[in-house]
Design a protein around this ligand. Structure first.
Ligand code: HEC
Ligand code: HEC
Length: 212
């Protein structure tokens, strides 16, 4: 990211505000679903400093989470979602469609309900279950750590998200769904709290991309 010091200072302040706000929301609205949240003291942001070593290290945790099946299955290279711990193509072949919500009679919401359907091999549920739209595919599948890091902060590829919006995305409903995947599915490699901490650290130390 190329930004002059003045612009960066401005965005640091808004990051700080966003973090303080989200800490407040966590404290006020902790629910059973969000049982993973870091206690406020742990996510307290003091200063935001560029640090390529710390940043690249935090991205290791971010990368292995994003590339795990619970996340990657909705971020495929093609237009068919992936399924299972081996990320094979979704049986019955539902397609992305323009808005990511499926096509014709194969809308995601026909099968994916608002909450997980009980039982094995049943559709995970979420009121907003869909793939990223055709114009903004946000592919994770097949990306190296270097490529994915660059893509995540590229506003032309990330849905025009600035650092503040990216930080907020750690608590997005579909991200949280990864830690409530339905019976028989493995969880991402770290807890949501650990992921969130690494995500924020990566972003607030300058969002450096690993060499490879
Ligand atoms: C049901 C499908 C689905 C699942 C499961 C899912 N995502 Fe996503 N993800 C999306 C959609 C749709 C968008 C784009 C929507 C938006 O911009 O808010 C997105 C966008 C993102 C972005 C912003 C991308 C960028 O380029 O900046 C990140 C980061 C992300 N997801 C991380 C995750 C992580 C981490 C997990 C697993 C814990 C996950 N996602 C699981 C559907 C999903
Ligand atoms: C005809 C019903 C049906 C439709 C339509 C459908 N799905 Fe599914 N989906 C399922 C079932 C059933 C499973 C669970 C299969 C299993 O676990 O063996 C599933 C599983 C998934 C998974 C795997 C979750 C994981 O963590 O491994 C993803 C991702 C997914 N669907 C995305 C979508 C998206 C996105 C759409 C719309 C573009 C969609 N599905 C449309 C029935 C459907």
């Amino acid at each position: 990211m190329k930004q002059d010091p003045e612009t960066r200072r401005g965005s640091f302040l808004s990051i700080k505000t966003a973090v303080v706000l989200s800490i407040f929301l966590i404290a006020a609205g902790a629910s059973a679903f969000r049982n993973d949240n870091v206690p406020p003291e742990e996510v307290k942001i003091s200063m935001i400093d560029r640090d390529s070593i710390e940043s690249v290290k935090a991205f290791e945790t971010v990368y292995k989470t994003l590339m795990s099946p619970r996340c990657m299955n909705c971020h495929p290279a093609g237009d068919v979602p992936l399924l299972g711990d081996d990320s094979h193509l979704h049986t019955m072949g539902p397609k992305r469609g323009v808005d990511g919500k499926g096509v014709y009679a194969m809308k995601c919401s026909n099968c994916h309900q608002e909450t997980n359907t009980p039982g094995l091999h049943t559709p995970p549920g979420n009121p907003d279950w869909h793939l990223p739209p055709a114009a903004m595919k946000m592919v994770f599948e097949g990306k190296s750590a270097h490529e994915l890091a660059e893509q995540l902060v590229d506003k032309k590829k990330n849905g025009n998200k600035d650092i503040k919006k990216l930080i907020e995305h750690a608590d997005d409903g579909l991200v949280l769904a990864g830690w409530n995947p339905g019976e028989g599915r493995t969880l991402p490699p770290v807890t949501h709290a650990e992921f969130k901490k690494a995500w924020i650290t990566w972003l607030k130390t300058g969002a450096y991309a690993p060499k490879k």
